[in-house]
Design a protein around this ligand. Sequence first.
Ligand SMILES: O=CC(=O)O
Length: 333
Amino acid sequence: MADLNESIEESQENNNLPKVFLHGPPEFSFILQPNPSHNFHILNPSSLPPLHQFLSLNPHHASSIAAIVCTGGYTVNADVLQLLPALRLVCTPSAGTDHIDLSECRRRGIQVAGAGNLFSEDVADMAVALLIDVSRKISAADRFLRRQVQNVSWNFPLGSKLTGKKIGIVGMGRIGSEVAKRLEAFSCMISYNSRNKKPLVSYPYYSTVLELATDTNVLILCCDLNDQTRHIVNKEVMLALGKGGIIVNVGRGALIDEKELLKCLIEDEIGGAGLDVFENEPHVPKDFFSLDNVVLSPHAAVVTSESLMGIRQIVEQNLTAFFSNKAPITPVI
Ligand SMILES: O=CC(=O)O
């Protein structure tokens, strides 16, 4: 409460700068710290009281908050927008925007800025790392060796070769193209599915994920989560991918029907999965833990020490540009 009072006092220190609210968990407060050179004023730089609580204690700020910085998982839906009649910019330090109601922002004339291309290489690196780990059983081999006492025979199951495999990328945007670039170096045959065929992309295009899965050994999910892509990988798709097939998900958990995925993995209907994201984060179904054909990662694909430095800069630059009457540097809408 001490922190909350401090932030409220600070917020009451009047200045004429536009007000910015950080809508996210405490560990994200590093994203935006006050600086005398800012052309905006951060209302809650360190204490991060939830938005509803902040507004009930400071009702006058409902009509002064001009921008919010919202992290993934902190929803900005019509109810939140309704609370902030003066809002003009939503700035998210994430690549995904499924936590933001973009059409409601558009309707209200609110601009949205995202992470731009900042995370694409890190996420693509992670996708390929997960794929190599699942196919060559690296994490499973590590567990196997650590469990061994000396001089026991090394009877470890075979992995499968990555070089030359047929890879289906779902979502050929910034991240998907980086994944393709990396897997070309493994002589993989790339094809893709996305909302529309991309005129500048020469890889074979499939208009449905089902057809893509039928013709490939691996699916890598790099697309946005929205009403069209929720459970885009369902049981039928997994059965079409087939027994040795591998799924890597660096997009959003709900792109896959997670219950069906578990069943297919347990019943060996597919070969394995590399998962950085889950349907109900931070919950990870315990049944995954006992499966050696699964490699798990705690939504960490975007996070490197370099990307965290970068995202601070992008958030600051977006706010600075916006409050200088310029366009955000990484606009979403
Ligand atoms: O998943 C992380 C992001 O969208 O940045």
